[in-house]
Design a protein around this ligand. Sequence first.
Ligand code: B12
Ligand code: SF4
Length: 496
Amino acid sequence: MRVMLVNPRFRLPIDTRTTPHLGLAYLAAVSERRGDDVLLFDADVENESIDEAVRRLQPDIVGITANTPQVKSAWRTAKAIKSVKDIPVVLGGPHVSVLPAESAERPEVDVVVRGEGEDVWVKLCGIVENGKAGNPNFAARDLLDPAAGLLDGLLGISYYTTDQKEHHNPDHPPIADLDTLPFPAYHFFKMDRYTNLQPATDAIDGARSFSVMTSRGCPYRCTFCSQSIMPIKWRARSPESVLAEWQHLVENFDAQEIGVLDDSANIQVDRLEKIADLFIEHKVNHVPWIFVNGIRANLATKELLGKLKKAGLKRTAFGVESGDPDVLLSIDKKIDHDTIRQAFKNAKSVGLETIGFFIIGLPGETEESMEKTIQFACEVDPMIANFSMMTPYPGTKVYEIAKRQGRLLLDDWEDYVFFDGRARYELGDMTAEMIERKWKEAYRRFYLRPHRVAGTLMRKDFWINWRRTFKVAFNTLFPKKEKDELRKSVEAEAAV
Ligand code: B12
Ligand code: SF4
């Protein structure tokens, strides 16, 4: 079968990096293992439109990924595909997992896959393949024919049959043993068209950079985090499986840097220690790698971090979120400031670069609590401080709070991004003006301290990336009406 996987076009309002989509890379890998011809269409790097590609490549099924700001683009993509042919069009990803009915009811979408996708996608492709075996003209309407009942037993999907009946089949169980998954199939991506996730490697912008997930899920349930839509059970790959993927990336793809995307990589400390030992023993520790997303500060001991540093770890992030103890308690992060202080000290003492993630505008915040966040950021002083304005994503507790008790300032999924300098909701005395002012102040005060300015100017990668850095800084502090222009241009492209 010819299966097409699509990352719909979505550009953030600032110039961010472009990386291959790991979820699609996994889906491509399981499709390849099934024996399918895989066609990967990442609209961020393609030169042709989706309908041209569909006409040229003639897929039998198309899977489109969608996070919240991408979902409208996913619908436009689905529509464009349907204008060519009535192929089964499937949507998956974080947004549609939370709000499946919203997409399933659209005429251009046939099936929504909720949650972890590999097993469901493979089974769905099997169903379509069987349908085609019995009927070469098999189309989406045949898949959704209530009399045929082809989708009746498939767990984890939502869809409307052609009699307009809504179906939400029960959830599919999460993959129990992640080691059974093939490695992400990067060979289907046009790798030379991507930048890197975060330049860990000084002096090599656009280094050959790959993402790896060594575990999935997170046992915590922070009130602002969309992770709460994924299975609560934390599952990890074996150290041997992680080593094998690492060797594959280093030897077959000449990886120059690797970003570990786990939500909570260090839940089992001995597993990470074993991974570090294996990297050292098998001499893959010369390739720098980073924890892109943050590891749990309460489990970041000096011993563990020291070992990881020897294994090639260059940079780690910690999710701090707030400098105010009451706010920190209220978001269920289950951590305290002394533990966070210690984690930053541990990381710095073993020579790791650090990133701190901070949020301005959590529920219950006041000007004073935001002030404490800025002060705490300056105190722990990570190499990179990332301040985001609280954006309440559907499915999170903060979204429910903002909707019920506050005032959501968003009515378009395409606005659900962090970077365009506008507050997303108001709650009690916390106004949009206050959030926006303190957010800008956070960046100014953190980065314009004399020792930071001097330190930044001394960094080699600053001089390599200075044009981009200035552009990002300028757009962050002086966001303009460019978001509307951006949307117009994306929609104009989609209309072509
Ligand atoms: C790495 C990452 C990024 C990277 C790269 C994104 C990329 N190209 O993959 C960058 C930094 C660019 C990024 C940006 C953003 N991100 Co991000 N990101 C992640 C992160 C940490 C890992 C993504 C990943 O690789 N996961 C592992 C793979 C295996 O999972 P997956 O992609 O979800 O795919 C699986 C399923 O969802 C499903 N699936 C997905 N697509 C499809 C399609 C089909 C057809 C099927 C059947 C199944 C299916 O099957 C896949 C395999 O199991 C996640 C957190 C997380 N744990 O997932 C957040 C996350 C996806 N990001 C999030 C957000 C909010 C954003 C931004 C909007 C933030 C912003 N800056 O404003 C932007 C949007 C950028 C954009 N252009 O779309 C949220 C999404 C919430 C939501 N409701 O949409 C998440 C969940 C973080 C969180 N916990 O809140 N992100
Ligand atoms: S913020 Fe981190 S620790 Fe909290 S739920 Fe999300 S992934 Fe887990």
